[in-house]
Write a protein that binds this ligand. Sequence first.
Ligand code: PLP
Length: 399
Amino acid sequence: MFDLAVQYEGVINFGIGEPHLHTDRMIADRAYRDSLLGHTHYTANAGDPELRRALAEKLRRENGIDADPRGEIVVTTGAMEALYLAILCITDPGDEVLVADPGWVNYSNQISLTGVTPVPVPVTQETGFVLQPADLEQRCTPRTRAVILNTPANPTGTVYSREELDAIGVFARSRDLMVICDEVYERLLYGDARHHSLAANTDYSDRCITIFSFSKAYAMCGWRVGYAVGPEEIIRQMTKVHENVSACAPSISQRAAIHALQDDRFTRNMLDVYSVNRKLVVETLREIPGVTCVEPRGTFYAFPAIDLDAVAGLRAGKSVGGTAGASADASTDTAGGKAGGPHRTSRELALEILHRERLVTVPGSAFGARGEGYLRLSFASQTEVVEEGLQRLRRCLMG
Ligand code: PLP
């Protein structure tokens, strides 16, 4: 979608998976100062000891997770590296790992890269896209080693309650599985939503590897700092692999992370904007016939279901009155979709939205077979941009 969008001027991007803001000046300035003071060398493989101490404190205070900074935390090059190391260190080729479908696409890719089989477990709009223990159980085999649990979840915005987490903990314990908890959106919450970590419950903490990141909450995607916390033996193995593939996370970025942890005003201000955007997105989507949208309680994504037949009918009705019809641009689909509808897939719809309205969205099918029929819309932008993008979307869907 991004490649196709390059041909147009004035594109609005609802496809982006990062905050629209640059990293806070305070963080960048202090990291720069630290670089002049000599923080330009390799750090300890597991991460700058000062950062690990600060993380242990944060984990205890905010997540209810007790972790020894000397052996139970490893700082990685983004959460992505931590996820990959976790999968690599707890599986053997031929094993299976359970993942939500729809779910963040990189899980399945990373699992496959290690010679392990990703096993999709459907999550549905009806149950708020929460993984159900019965569905997990049904797909569990003697080769299953782990389940990936993402809260708040990309692309659905689902935030798991304590009870929902515990139910997965009970299932994991009954099948002796590890749980890889991806909590990179922990601070991006709306309304009365609260973030909970399964690892805070000591009944399950011995089987959790919990992964966090500085990317989303602090607009620090490019600095590449994430971290994993879990049982010492597993973190030791992850650190060994980490040492061999990247030595350490970038030293200056680790300094930036220390400074970021000292002040959450930046995140709060950003969330004020995204709260307004979220409301706008949900309200607008719900006014469009054929569109249903579960309110995202976390992240900065909405994941509406688009009834493609209803949308086609609406537009056909409009075009009888002469108000609709594919524009010249929309009739050329360089990626093989059917511009101008009716659409058979969310990909075709996303392509038309791009060609016709210069709006980038992500087809739900990018997140697994069960994502078909959905679009992911990122509202991590200025409110005026989100307003304009929604107008374009509405125009395109309503004909
Ligand atoms: N996990 C999820 C669910 C994500 O959406 C992303 C980024 O989009 C990541 C992990 C990667 O985070 P990082 O930038 O720390 O590698």
